[in-house]
Design a protein around this ligand. Sequence first.
Ligand SMILES: Nc1ncnc2c1ncn2[C@@H]1O[C@H](COP(=O)(O)OP(=O)(O)OP(=O)(O)O)[C@@H](O)[C@H]1O
Ligand SMILES: [Mg+2]
Length: 599
Amino acid sequence: MKRIEPPTEPARHLSTSHRVLKVLAPYRERVALATVLTVVASLLTLPVPLLVQGLVDRVVTAGRWSALPGYTIGLFAVFAAQSGLALATTWVIGGVGQGVVRDLRHQLYDRLQRLDLAYYDKTPTGAIISRLMDDVGALQTLVTSQTVTILTDIGSTLAISALLLTRSGRLALVVLAFVPLYALNFRFFLRKIRANSATVRAKMDVLFGHLKEKLDGTLVIKALAREPAEVDDFAAQLADAHVFRVRDNELSAAFSNLSAVISGIGTAAVFAAGAFEVLGGRMTPGGVVSTAALAALLFGPVARLADLAYVFEQAAASVDRLGEILDLEPDVTGPADPARIGKSRGLVEFDRVGFGYQAGQPVVWDVRLRVEPGMKVALVGPTGCGKSTLVNLLMRFYDPTWGEIRLDGVPIRRLALADLRHQIGVVMQEPVLFHQTLADNIRYGDPGASDAQVEAAARAALVHNFATALPEGYATVIGEGGHPLSQGERQRLAIARAFCKGPALVVLDEATSSLDTASEALIQAALTNLLRGRTAFIIAHRLATVVHSDLIVVVDGGLVVQRGTHAQLLAQPDGLYRRLCERQFGDPSPSARGRRVAV
Ligand SMILES: Nc1ncnc2c1ncn2[C@@H]1O[C@H](COP(=O)(O)OP(=O)(O)OP(=O)(O)O)[C@@H](O)[C@H]1O
Ligand SMILES: [Mg+2]
C-alpha cells in the first residue's frame, strides 16, 4: 500500500491556520464572546488554590471550624460559576461550528458549480462527496471543540506560571521543567497523525466513490446477481478504512494518555519537592497543597494546547483537501467585460478549431465550418470521431486549443457563459432528468416559463400524451434517473426542456436514438416545426434522420472529411458518407431508405 507522506514545509501550516481563521471570520463576534467567557472561566480557576490553601492552613491545621462554611461556599460558588460559563461558551461556539459547516458546504458547492467539466472528467464523484461531507465534518470538530480555548489556555499558562514563581521559585522550576515534555510528546506523534489523517481521508474518497458507483449501478448488480460479491467487496473496503480509523483513535488515545502521564508525574514531582520544602521549614503544608493544585491547573491548559495541536494536525489534512477545491479556478470563464448579442441570429462559425481533452492528444483538428442562421447541419461519422466534442466546444464546456468559434460573428469567448448557453437548447446523448415534477423538468432552463409554455413545449416534443396519462400529470415527480419514464419518454422530455426556453440554436446529440420508428417519425415531424427559424446541429447515427439536412458534415478521426447535401455526398463514390449509407440502407438510393440497419 502506498504510504501518503505528509509535506514537511512549514508554509502549509500557515495556510492551514489562515484558512481556519478565514472560515471563522464571519463569526468573529461570537468567537470573541466565547473567548471572553472562557477567559473569565479560567481566571476563576485562580482563586481555587488559594481557597484550598486557606482551608488546609486556616481551618484544618488551625482547627478554626467557624471559617469552614466561608471557604466551602467560596469553592462551590467558583465551581458553579465555571460550569455556567462553560455551558454558555458551548452554546455560543456550538452555533459557530454548525455555521462554519454550513458556510463551507455552501462555498464548496458554489465553487463546484463553477468548475469546468474537465474537473469532473478527472475527479470521481465520491471524492467530491467525501470532501463535502466528511472533511467539512472534521473541520467542525476543530472549530467547536478547541479553537476558542487557545487564547485562554495560553493566557492561563502564563498567568499560572507567574503565580507559581511568586509562591516558590524552586517548586515553579520543578513544574515548568515538565512543560517541554508535552512539546516532545507532540513532536513524537506529529508525523504519524498527519500521515494517518491523510490516509483516512483518502480511504473515505475511495469508499464514497465505491458507494456512489455501486448504488448507481444497482440494476447491473442485480442483473448479474452480484449482490453477495458486492457486499463482500464493500466490507473489504470498510475494513481497509477501518484499520486507519482505529489507528487514528489509538494514536489519539496514546497521545492524550502520555500527556496525562506527564501531568501525573509532574504533580507527583511537585509533591515530592514540596515535602522537602516543608521538612526544610521553607513552606507550610497548605502552601505545598496549593502549589500542587496550581501545578495541576497549569498542566490542564498545557495538555489542552497539545490536544489542540493534535486536533489541528488531524484537521489539517481535511483543510488542505477542501482548499484544493476552493482554490481551483475554472479555465473556462466568461470575460470581465462580455460582449452582448441579445437574441442570437444563429450564425455559427468554427474557424480552424482544434482540441484535445488531454494535452498532446488532439481529438478534433482544423475544423472549419460556417453555419448560416436557420440552417440544419447534420454531424455524422463513426463512433468516437469527435461529433459530441464539437458540440462541447460550441457550448464552451471546453475551450478549443486552437482556433475560435464565433456566434453572430462574436467569438464565443467574448460572451458571458450564461448568455451563450441561454441561446442554445441542447439534448444530450444521455437524457438527464432531475428529481422534481415533470413540469419543472421541462422548465428547468427557463424557470419563469408559464404552464402554457411548458405544455406547448411538451406537445411539440410528444410529451403531452404520456404526461397526461400519468396519475398526477405534469405534477408527477420524476425519480432519480428518470423513473418511471421509459428511455424514449425521457428523451422526449429532454427535447421539451431544450425547446421550452425558446433557443436560437439547437443541438440534438442522438436525441431520437431511443425512439421507435413510429415515434421517431412523429418527432421528426414535430422537430421540423420546432427547428423552423433556428440553427440546428443534429448528430445521429441513423442517417435516415439527417438526410434532409441543409448540410451534412462527415467527421472521421476528428477531421471534417466531407460536406454537402445528402445527394451531393452520395454522388461521391469513394466517400465515407456513401459507405455509411450503404451499410445502413443496403442500397443508398432514396427508394430503398426504409430498410434500416443499425450501425
Ligand atoms: N471527457 C473526455 N475526456 C477524454 N477524452 C474524451 C472525453 N470525451 C470524449 N473523449 C474522447 O474523444 C474522442 C471523441 O469523442 P466524442 O464523444 O466527441 O465522439 P463522438 O463522435 O460523439 O462518438 P459517439 O458517436 O460514440 O457519441 C473519443 O476518442 C473519446 O474517447
Ligand atoms: Mg457523441
